[in-house]
Every structure is written in C-alpha cells, then in structure tokens.
Design a protein around this ligand. Structure first.
Ligand SMILES: Nc1nc2c(c(=O)[nH]1)N[C@H]1C(S)=C(S)[C@@H](COP(=O)(O)O)O[C@H]1N2
Ligand SMILES: [Mo]
Length: 314
C-alpha cells in the first residue's frame, strides 16, 4: 500500500524549513518528526528545550528525545506470533501475506462490515505522529508513525448506544505465523480499550512508520498504537475490530492477571510484580531514564482516569 504524503510532497523533498512554516499540517503532537526522519535527519535531537520542541511538535516535555533508528524499530520487536526473541519477528515475518487483507468491523456498530484493507484506509487522511513507546519490559523507543486516528474510523461505523469497549484481534494463521504453532500464548492475540480511550485523538491506527508501509514485524498492514499505554496493548496485524458492551478478555490479562491489568497505562509508581517500572532504557542508549506518568501524555489522557484507583486499575 502506498503511504499518502502530506500535501502530496514526497518525504525526500520535505525540509525542516518546510515543516516549520507549514505548521497547520502538524496534527496532534510531533506530527512533523516523521517527516524530519524521512528527510534524512533521523536520530537528530528534536530541539534542545521546550521552545525548540514546540516548533516541530511537542513530544510532551522530553527535550532529549531522539527518534529511534529505523533499523532498531524494525529488528528489535515483540510479536510472539513470529517467535519470542526480539530478533524473531524480523527474521520470520517475511512469511506474512498482507495482500489481500480483510478487516471485520462488527459488534455494537450501526454499520458492521468486512472491509478490504484499502477500503478501510482510503477514506482517512493519513497523519504523522511521533510517539514515545514504552514496553512493559522496561525498554522504550521513539517512533514516527503514519496512520489515522481510530476515532475517525469509529465515527464512520457509528457505535451504538451500547458500545463501551473496542476489541482488536490479530490474524490467527499458524501457516503464516510460525510462533502460533507453539502454545506460548492463547491465539489469536486480543487486546481492547475502553471506548473513550479508543476515541482519544492520540489513539492511532498505524499503517506505516518512517514514511514506509509497516513491515510484518511491526504489525503490517494495520496495528493500533496507544502511546500512553505499555506496548502490549498495541495489537498488531489486526483482522477484526469489534465494539462491545462488556469488557473483552485480553490476552496478557488472561495469561497473567496479576502482572498485566486491563488498562496497561504506563505508570512509574506501580511496579510490575517482578520488577520496577520507575525507569526505562531507550533502545540505542545505555543510561536509564525516568519513566513518565502516562508515558509523558498525562495532559492529554489523565482526565479519562479521574477518580479511578490506578494501583488497582493498573
Ligand atoms: N499480535 C501481537 N501484537 C503485539 C505483540 C504480540 O506479541 N502479538 N506484542 C506487543 C508488545 S509486548 C509490544 S512491546 C509491541 C511492540 O511493537 P513493535 O515491535 O512494533 O515496537 O507490540 C505489541 N503488540
Ligand atoms: Mo511489550
């Protein structure tokens, strides 16, 4: 699938100056960083203070953030359908066929349908969103994604008055996904959000990163990205999006409920039972840095959890 370019300009021709002057194309936070990356300055520091950050889009108060190199983003992965080691997905995801690809959208919606991927994506304006990503294992990355807000798709399919949750299901096909021939997880991989989380403008259906279509290891052709939650919430290679009234059963929560709550919000104050979540290591760096509440996106998301005990609802 071709990635639509912002205003029809090829990524290779977009300069930092163009980004700076065309501020209106910056949707949400750090919308320009993906373009910067594609313009060939991946890994450069995104400004040296909040002022400079704001000029190209605010990553949420972490002036030291640099884009994680493309090679790391595409070779250090968790995608147990292709094996449990970090290198397995990039080694084995070549067997994933993403054309044709169908996504079922059903449950509590006025317009349930099976969509060919192209028809699902085409009506949406693709945006650039550079997000900090934090795995529950204690490592993190900064990834320039392309995709469309999940909210745009949900509005299109018209949730019914009963819809309270959105469930995402990954492809289940052991012929293409060798890791599914083993019982490391119950397949298919399922994740879910509350409807308000799914409608939050930060929640992205990603189709690409660094200006290129997603590779299998990153969840081609379509995956969900929720930057204030631990990585496991972001289901890859999605074949079904179902709206429900009751809370769906989600894979890691079912496998180890004491370790993986339904919410999975990044929270340095709530340790994983087996390790601290207070700090993280950015891939490509050695030092550990402080983990931020909601991964640094508290301004955008904390209000959704007002009155909720985040120690119980982890
Ligand atoms: N289907 C599926 N989705 C998945 C996973 C998985 O094993 N299977 N791993 C999750 C975890 S733990 C993380 S940290 C992220 C990693 O995404 P990335 O490899 O694109 O960085 O994918 C998430 N989505
Ligand atoms: Mo993870």
């Amino acid at each position: 699938m071709l990635i639509r370019r912002t205003a029809g300009i090829p990524f290779s021709e977009i300069t930092p100056e163009a980004l700076y002057t065309d501020r209106r194309t910056f949707v949400g936070i750090a919308a320009g960083a993906g373009l910067l990356a594609a313009a060939g300055i991946a890994g450069s520091t995104l400004g040296r203070g909040r002022g400079a950050m704001n000029a190209i889009g605010d990553l949420g108060g972490a002036p030291e953030d640099k884009l994680t190199p493309y090679d790391d983003v595409t070779t250090y992965n968790n995608f147990y359908e292709f094996g449990t080691s970090k290198a397995d997905p990039s080694r084995h995801a070549g067997s994933l066929r993403t054309h044709p690809w169908t996504v079922r959208v059903d449950g509590e919606v006025a317009r349930p349908a099976d969509y060919a991927l192209e028809d699902l994506v085409k009506p949406h304006k693709l945006v650039d969103r550079t997000y900090r990503m934090r795995c529950v294992e204690g490592w993190s990355m900064v990834i320039p994604w392309q995709g469309f807000p999940l909210a745009d798709l949900l509005k299109r399919v018209e949730p019914t008055g009963k819809a309270r949750f959105v469930e995402f299901t990954t492809l289940n096909d052991p012929r293409q996904m060798p890791g599914q021939r083993m019982n490391v997880l119950p397949w298919p991989y399922v994740e879910a959000l509350r409807l308000d989380e799914a409608l939050n403008p930060l929640t992205l259906m990603a189709t690409g990163l660094y200006g290129k279509s997603l590779l299998g290891q990153n969840g081609a052709p379509l995956r969900v990205v929720i930057p204030w939650k631990y990585g496991f919430k972001g289901a890859k290679s999605i074949v079904r999006i179902r709206l429900t009234e009751k809370a769906p059963r989600t894979t890691w929560n079912v496998v180890a409920p004491s370790e993986y709550g339904f919410y999975g919000n990044v929270n340095p104050a709530v340790d994983h039972p087996r390790w601290s979540q207070a700090t993280e290591r950015r891939i490509g760096e050695w030092r550990r840095r402080a983990t931020l509440p909601f991964n640094g996106y508290a301004d955008e998301v904390a209000s959704m959890y007002a009155g909720l005990d985040l120690r119980k609802n982890f």
